[in-house]
Design a binder for this molecule. Sequence first.
Ligand code: GAR
Length: 214
Amino acid sequence: MKSIVILISGRGSNMEAIVNAGIPGARIAAVISNRPDAKGLAFAAARGIPTAVVDHKAFPSREAFDAALAETIDTHGAELVVLAGFMRVLTDDFVRRYEGRLMNIHPSLLPSFPGLHTHRRALEAGVRVHGATVHFVTPTLDCGPIVIQAVVPVLADDDESRLAARVLAQEHRIYPQAVRWFVDGRIGFDAHGRVRLSGEAAAGGGCTVPALDG
Ligand code: GAR
């Protein structure tokens, strides 16, 4: 069993999708929030998953908060730390401590639209496709090795909330898939630090996109 700790800041729908996926070989060891009022905490508790709050407002600095967060994560023996709508920028020390086992989901097709308000910015830019990205976290924000992406069309009558909902539905598909690949030990890196899935065909006679399991 691989122990997974999920960090949330709010609604927690991606955390729910990962829990509901019932990934074989994975144990959700804890759900931790930096906000005491995060809605997702109730879902986790109702499922019997240990929850904890490390309130960033209670710490004098980012470093002190991250140290307390790491201590709480390590209490649960996390082999994978999953950021699921966790809205705090993490220090380099924290990120390095969990290098290669710290994943994030970002609501855009990275490297397009890092940072906040991705759906609004996609609409403003007039892109025809948008989406979501699961990636490993590195010290540079929204920049680490990409594990999986999902693409959605941008429709003529979209507003921010319609587009966000279409992207979110895909987030709920790809995040459990990324976690499943990690738990199955299928994720490796090539010489350039890019993600390679074991069993994935090397790009040869055309474009290869890994199929989702199941
Ligand atoms: C998700 O759309 C996620 O991609 C985004 O916050 C939302 C959280 O929803 N994350 C970021 O913007 C990180 N920079 P959820 O709490 O329902 O999973």
